[in-house]
Design a protein around this ligand. Structure first.
Ligand code: AMP
Length: 430
């Protein structure tokens, strides 16, 4: 099977690493990839958030059978739909399996908070109580906010690079923010609509399924660490580390997740005729003993993928093939019983301003139980240099989260570049 993988982060290196191990894998191309993905396949320079004609031409030329989409942007922009239509007009051949991802309409589960809330409300999927507002209803929004208990959560409806959620501790702050978002386009078009919702207090985790819109398989769950500082302090980031399994996600809890959240979501896709052939990422919060949905994402998470893929024992390309052929019901997911912990090394200054292009020294980890996944790196001749805020992550297996975290921390001591920083407390509460 010839595969084109879209994306360039740690998630894509982990997906590429996993797909490369498949006996079904012939050629693997990564667009644009990073210095790590080039160890698994061929990096190609290609725009992925548009210009799908060029992508189509590449797929025809290289006889690609499967397109796997890492980030949400191409999905929200309709890469699934584009290839479906292109295949109908002029077949990619009998071995064509399609695009792993949802249609643009289904990707609205991530692309629009209001769409996701309406979808959940329609089928009583547990989530925070909410209302949605636009510039025309800003006065109503203010009245609603004033009547809510604190903290209160404001969410820009559209994609806002992970910055569109405000947890306001006072009514004054919430009233000023709603004005900024609705009347002064604080997040541009993304905040033309705003969801105001109740704050839920609990512990978060992420659950992932792979679905063809009818059947689904549940992948290993994970918990990520978003704050820059130890003890979950400081600014939010794209993710500083993750652990899997999540100790509090026991069988009883996961049964509730499946019955109350996963199953009604997949049924909802069918009822609303939302075409979906990919990963669903459920961002959940455990309140008391019960799961609630904080958000849907229409792709895998980063850095969660860097622990989920190492713990998934199934052949990933065999899963994608089963999905494409409507045979997911024949698949049984097997998980590595060990714990996996990933720790992300970031650039000095991140998530604020940081330098790029800094030369890196990378030593192979001492433990055979450790994998290095590149995120923001690139090759310049023989030298690997930094190329982003989140640079490289070490994932280790262990008999406990503590043991796995220790190995990942030790592996990062073999990496050096100016300003390198990582959290030494990933998985601390376990
Ligand atoms: P989202 O983009 O919807 O995932 O929100 C970003 C982060 O804000 C989440 O990961 C949570 O930590 C937090 N958050 C969002 N909604 C709520 C809520 N209703 N209650 C508590 N925390 C929330």
């Amino acid at each position: 099977m010839n595969v084109l993988l879209l994306g360039s982060g740690g998630r894509e290196h982990a997906l590429a690493w996993k797909m490369k191990q498949s006996t079904l894998c012939d050629q693997l191309y990564i667009a644009p990839g990073n210095a790590g993905t080039s160890q698994c396949g061929t990096n190609i320079s290609m725009r992925i958030d548009g210009d799908f004609e060029k992508m189509e031409a590449f797929c025809r030329k290289e006889n690609i059978h499967l397109v796997v989409v890492g980030p949400e942007d191409p999905l929200v922009k309709g890469v699934y739909d584009y290839f479906k239509t292109a295949h109908q007009k002029n077949s990619f051949g009998e071995n064509w399996l399609g695009v792993i991802g949802p249609s643009a309409l289904a990707a609205q589960l991530e692309g629009s908070k209001a769409f996701a809330k309406t979808f959940m409300q329609k089928r009583d999927i547990p989530t925070a109580a909410y209302r949605e507002f636009t510039a025309d209803t800003v006065e109503e929004a203010k009245k609603y906010i004033s009547s809510q208990s604190l903290p209160v959560v404001l969410k820009a409806d559209g994609l806002a690079a992970g910055k569109g959620v405000i947890i306001a501790q006072t009514h004054e702050e919430a009233l000023s923010e709603i004005e900024q978002m609705l009347t002064h386009a604080k997040f541009g078009a993304a905040s033309a609509k705003v969801v105001v919702e109740a704050f839920l207090s609990g512990i978060e985790l992420s659950v992932f399924v792979l679905t063809d819109g009818k059947d689904y398989v549940i992948l290993p769950e994970a918990k990520d660490y978003k704050r820059i500082g130890e003890g979950d302090s400081g600014l939010n980031t794209g993710g500083m580390g993750a652990v899997s399994p999540v100790p509090f996600a026991d069988a009883a809890f996961m049964q509730k997740v499946e019955e109350r959240i996963i199953r009604p979501t997949i049924l909802g896709l069918q009822e609303d005729e939302l075409e979906y052939k990919g990963f669903v990422f459920f961002g959940l919060i455990k309140v008391g003993e019960d799961p609630y949905v904080i958000e849907y994402n229409c792709r895998m998470g980063d850095p969660e993928t860097e622990v989920v893929m190492p713990r998934l024992k199934n052949d990933l390309l065999a899963l994608f093939e089963a999905l494409s052929k409507g045979k997911l019901n024949e698949i049984k997911i097997e998980q590595d019983p060990r714990s996996a912990v990933t720790i992300m090394a970031v650039s000095g200054g991140y998530p604020g301003d940081y330098k790029k292009g800094l030369p890196m020294q990378i030593s192979s980890p001492a433990s055979a139980d450790t994998l290095l996944f590149h995120a923001g790196t690139k090759a310049e001749g023989d030298q690997i240099v930094t190329n982003g805020g989140r640079v490289l992550t070490a994932t280790s297996y262990g008999n406990s989260i503590k043991e796995a975290a220790k190995k990942s921390s030790e592996a990062l001591s073999g990496i050096a570049y100016e300003g390198m920083y990582f959290r030494k407390d990933i998985g601390y509460e376990f």
